[in-house]
Design a protein around this ligand. Structure first.
Ligand SMILES: NC(=O)c1ccc[n+]([C@@H]2O[C@H](COP(=O)([O-])OP(=O)(O)OC[C@H]3O[C@@H](n4cnc5c(N)ncnc54)[C@H](O)[C@@H]3O)[C@@H](O)[C@H]2O)c1
Length: 398
C-alpha cells in the first residue's frame, strides 16, 4: 500500500476539523465520508482552511464517495482506514465492524462509555491485524512529551504526590441546553468525566499508570440543570503508594489547569504551557531521613524546563497512524490503551455515586448496573433530558 485511503465518519465539530487536514497528509487520501445527516454531505465544501499548495494536486471534493450508512462505506472497497468522529455511543460498534473487515481505525475519545465496551473493542482488535489508534492528540503536545520524558528518564525520581486541578472546562447552561446527545446518561453516558476529561484522564494514566484504588466526591448537576456529573474531586493511591488528587468541573471561571508532581528530586509544575522544575539540593527522602535541622527550609534550583516549540494536535496522531500502517513508525496513542481512561472515569463515577472506595480493575458488572440505574432514574425523573438514539437515527431516514 502506497497511500492509505481514509473514510471519515461524522462531519460535526471534530469531524470537520479532520476533514480540513486529511487532504494534506503524506501518503494518505480522503476517499469517502459518511454522515447520517445528508445535508452535511450535499453541502460539502473544500475545508475552510484548505491549503491548495500543500494538498494533493488531484484533491477534489466531488471525487469523495458519500455515504449515510457507515457499513456501506466499509463494504465499498474504497477505504483502508476510518476515523470515527461520531458520538461516543457508536464508537465500539463502528470500530468492531471495521476490525472484522480488516480496516484500520482511528477512534475519537473516549473510545467507549464503559470498560466492558472498550474491552470488547480490544478483543475484536486482537482478532484482526489492523492498526487501532485513539485520538489522544494531547499526547503529541511537546510539554506533555517532556513531562513523560522527565518521569521516565529519572529526572524527577520516585513520585511522592500528584495534584492535578483541571477546571478550565467552563460550560454554561446554554451549552447544555443546546440539547441533543450531550449532558445526559441516555445520550452521552456521562458529563465532565466522559466529555471534557478523557484527554486528562488519558494523560494521567500515561504519566502515572492506573491507580490501585480511589475515592471520589462526584456531584450530578450541581451547578447546571443537567443529570450528569459537573463537579468531581478524586483522591487516588498510585501503584508505588504515592497519593494523587484530580479535581475537575465545568463550572469554575476562571478555571485552572495545573499539574504538580512532587517527587524525590523536587517538584514539577506544569501550568500555562510551561514546565517549572524546583530541583532540591538533595533527594527529599534523604533530607527527611538525615538532616539535623528539625525545620529544614529547602532552597531548590528553579529550572524553566526548555521545551522545543512544535506543531502538534489531531493531524499528528492521524499522520502517525498512517506511518504506522505503512510500517514507518510506532503508534503514539494505541486504541487499546483507550480502555484505561474509560476505566478511570467509570471508577470515579462508581465511587462518587455509591459513596465508597473503588479498587482497580473496576468491576464492570457494578459499573454497568450503576449506568443502567442512572439511565432509568433519568427516564423517570427528568424525561426532558432523555435522549433517544433510535428516534435520532430514524429522524434522518427519508
Ligand atoms: N479529540 C478531540 O479533541 C475531540 C474534540 C471534540 C469532540 N471529540 C469527540 O468526537 C466525537 C464527536 O463529537 P462532535 O463534537 O464532533 O459531535 P457532533 O454532534 O458535532 O458531530 C457528530 C456528527 O456525527 C454524525 N453522526 C451521528 N451519528 C452517526 C452515525 N450513526 N453514523 C454516521 N454519522 C453519525 C452527526 O450527524 C454529526 O454530524 C465525540 O466522541 C467527542 O467526544 C473529540
Amino acid at each position: 500500500m502506497k497511500k492509505v485511503r481514509f473514510g471519515l465518519i461524522g462531519l460535526g465539530n471534530i469531524g470537520s476539523h479532520h476533514f480540513s487536514y486529511l487532504p494534506e497528509l503524506e501518503n494518505a487520501e480522503l476517499t469517502a465520508i459518511c454522515d447520517v445527516d445528508k445535508s452535511k454531505l450535499t453541502d460539502l465544501k473544500p475545508p475552510q482552511d484548505f491549503d491548495h499548495d500543500t494538498a494533493a494536486a488531484d484533491f477534489d471534493v466531488s471525487n469523495i464517495a458519500k455515504f449515510t450508512d457507515y457499513r456501506a462505506m466499509l463494504d465499498s472497497g474504497k477505504v483502508d482506514a476510518i476515523i470515527i468522529a461520531v458520538p461516543h455511543y457508536f464508537h465500539p460498534e463502528m470500530a468492531k465492524e471495521a476490525f472484522r473487515r480488516g480496516i484500520h481505525v482511528i477512534c475519537e475519545k473516549p473510545v467507549a462509555i464503559t470498560s466492558r465496551e472498550a474491552r470488547e473493542m480490544n478483543a475484536a482488535h486482537a482478532d484482526s491485524d489492523v492498526v487501532f489508534g485513539a485520538m489522544f492528540q494531547q499526547r503529541t503536545d511537546p510539554v506533555h512529551l517532556k513531562v513523560k520524558e522527565m518521569l521516565e528518564d529519572g529526572t524527577l525520581g520516585n513520585i511522592r504526590r500528584v495534584n492535578w486541578i483541571i477546571t478550565s472546562w467552563f460550560r454554561t447552561q446554554t451549552y447544555y441546553d443546546s440539547g441533543g446527545w450531550r449532558g445526559n446518561w441516555t445520550g452521552e453516558g456521562g458529563g465532565v468525566l466522559m466529555n471534557q476529561c478523557p484527554h486528562n484522564l488519558d494523560l494521567f494514566q500515561w504519566f502515572f499508570g492506573l491507580p490501585k484504588k480511589l475515592s471520589a466526591l462526584v456531584y450530578l448537576g450541581k451547578w447546571h440543570d443537567i443529570t450528569v456529573d459537573d463537579d468531581v474531586s478524586v483522591i487516588m493511591e498510585l501503584e508505588n503508594g504515592a497519593t494523587a488528587s484530580f479535581i475537575t468541573t465545568t463550572a469554575d471561571s476562571p478555571g485552572t489547569n495545573r499539574l504538580e508532581i512532587a517527587a524525590d528530586h523536587g517538584k514539577l509544575v506544569l501550568e500555562g504551557g510551561k514546565i517549572t522544575f524546583f530541583r532540591t539540593e538533595q533527594p527529599v527522602q534523604k533530607i527527611l531521613d538525615e538532616s539535623d535541622k528539625g525545620f529544614y527550609s529547602s532552597r531548590p534550583e528553579v529550572i524553566e524546563v526548555p521545551v522545543e516549540a512544535k506543531e502538534y494536535g489531531h493531524r499528528f496522531i492521524t499522520q502517525n497512524v498512517v506511518n504506522t500502517i505503512l510500517g514507518k513508525e510506532q503508534l503514539l496513542a494505541p486504541g487499546t490503551e483507550g480502555i484505561k481512561s474509560v476505566q478511570l472515569a467509570n471508577a470515579i463515577l462508581l465511587s462518587g455515586v455509591r459513596g465508597k472506595p473503588v479498587e482497580f480493575p473496576v468491576c464492570e458488572d457494578e459499573f454497568d448496573q450503576l449506568l443502567e440505574e442512572l439511565r432509568t432514574h433519568e427516564r423517570q425523573h427528568a424525561p426532558d433530558k432523555v435522549f433517544d438514539w433510535e428516534a435520532y437515527l430514524s429522524s434522518f431516514e427519508d
